[in-house]
Design a protein around this ligand. Structure first.
Ligand code: PGA
Length: 251
């Protein structure tokens, strides 16, 4: 794991107005300014991106968005293009979060389109995958991950894969307080890495960062990060407070 630079990312979902996001950013930046050995990202709502970008400029905290559309411009009411995100100061974009899949009709195919649009715009996609509780109970975890990763990365060639990050987020662990055990998470991460090494040159799979997400808190981050194939975290609830997210970043 040592060779991969950890990434600790906050997904704010539909929380925080622009003013609240700015307040967070001003309080959070000094808490993590001394951190040099890992990457840090926060993903506010679209409406707060530019304000937060201004505060994060020249700091070690990067900005991310929570979604994008795959076309670069056009008559697509309410959609946001990769170019718009890059111009707003985003470095990362979360794609295919389970809430998008479950509530907003996102499919493996639309995830794939978004991933393929993000990369040429210079955005780092954080592609989310994960099984539901029902799928886990039915013993389908690995087959679900196989399908989501394979389809999500379809038609990407090795030199496009670049900086892509995968986030393993078991749906049953999101916002529920139920974290996957470190062994469950490690097994899923190892599976994803070996699948990626079957699809792309092995060195890309070795270099790829795989984040764990689902009820990550200051209390459980260290044991998760100690696992070989866990390279960071995608944090929802616990990223909304600067002190708690600061503790997670500084695990
Ligand atoms: P949670 O959310 O940390 O609140 O469980 C994680 C996520 O949805 O990315």
């Amino acid at each position: 794991m040592a060779a991969r630079r950890p990434l600790i990312a906050g997904n704010w979902k539909m929380y925080k107005t622009s003013a609240e996001a700015a307040d967070f950013a001003r309080r959070f930046v000094p808490l993590v300014s001394g951190v040099a050995d890992r990457d840090i990202m926060i993903a506010p709502a679209f409406t707060a991106l530019e304000t937060v970008a201004g505060i994060l400029k020249a700091t070690n905290v990067a900005l991310g968005a929570q979604n994008l559309f795959w076309e670069s411009e056009g008559a697509f009411t309410a959609e946001i293009s990769p170019k718009m995100l890059a111009a707003a100061g985003c470095r990362y974009v979360i794609i295919g979060h389970s809430e998008r899949r479950q509530l907003f009709g996102e499919t493996d195919d639309t995830v794939n389109r978004r991933v393929r649009a993000a990369l040429p715009a210079g955005l780092i996609p954080v592609m989310c995958v994960g099984e539901t509780e029902k799928e886990r109970d039915a013993g389908q975890t690995l087959s679900v991950l196989d399908k989501q990763v394979r389809n999500g990365l379809k038609n990407l060639v090795a030199n496009e894969l670049g900086t892509l990050v995968i986030a393993y987020e078991p749906v049953w662990a999101i916002g529920t307080g139920k974290t996957a055990t470190k062994e469950q998470a490690q097994a899923a991460h190892q599976f994803i890495r070996s699948l990626v090494s079957n699809l792309f040159p092995a060195e890309l799979a070795v270099a790829m960062r795989i984040l764990y997400g689902g009820s990550v808190k200051p209390e459980n981050i260290s044991e998760l990060m100690a696992m070989d194939d866990i390279d960071g975290a995608l944090v929802g609830g616990a990223s909304l407070n600067p002190e708690s997210f600061g503790k997670i970043v500084c695990y």
